[in-house]
Design a protein around this ligand. Structure first.
Ligand code: IDP
Ligand code: MG
Length: 139
């Protein structure tokens, strides 16, 4: 069953480059409601666990190093069809391939430093949201 919720992180490059407000504006303008949000910094162990599915990929070390290099903003978002609509809003992993008008097209630096995370399924949205927030932090 679709939960109408997704999980996002504004990644270290987005915060560092001063795009926090612009990206949050795009998210809200697209109809997503913020149900939880915090500025935080991942430990190496947290980044390794969050991206465990990629542990065999050649970019895993680089990914963990990047995701722990500075603060991130983690958030739970709500909207009808949240997971799919948010993936459309962020665009392709590689900004060179991202559609016009998407967050990664505007704000990502590269395929690795790509500004914004979006869950890829309802199941992962739930797991990832709970990874970052305790029940009382979720509205
Ligand atoms: P997604 O974030 O669009 O779902 P995934 O393939 O799940 O993309 O990869 C997770 C993250 O790993 C990407 O968002 C990006 O930060 C990083 N990544 C993916 N592919 C590469 C790569 O080829 N080089 C470096 N980093 C990568
Ligand atoms: Mg993914």
């Amino acid at each position: 069953m679709a939960t109408n919720r997704t999980f996002t992180m504004l990644k270290p490059d987005a915060i560092e480059n001063g795009y926090t407000g612009k990206i949050l504006d795009m998210i809200i303008a697209a109809g997503f409601e913020i149900k939880a949000m915090k500025l935080t910094r991942l430990t190496t162990e947290q980044a390794q666990e969050f991206y465990a599915v990629h542990s065999e990929r050649p970019f895993y070390g680089e990914l963990v190093e990047y995701m722990t290099s500075g603060p991130i903003i983690a958030a739970i978002l709500e909207k009808e069809n949240a997971v799919a609509d948010f993936r459309t809003l962020i665009g392709a992993t590689d900004p060179a391939e991202a559609a016009e008008g998407t967050i990664r097209k505007y704000y990502a630096e590269s395929k690795g430093r790509n500004a914004c995370h979006g869950s890829d399924s309802d199941e992962n949205a739930e797991i990832e949201g709970k990874f970052h927030f305790s029940a009382n932090e979720i509205m």
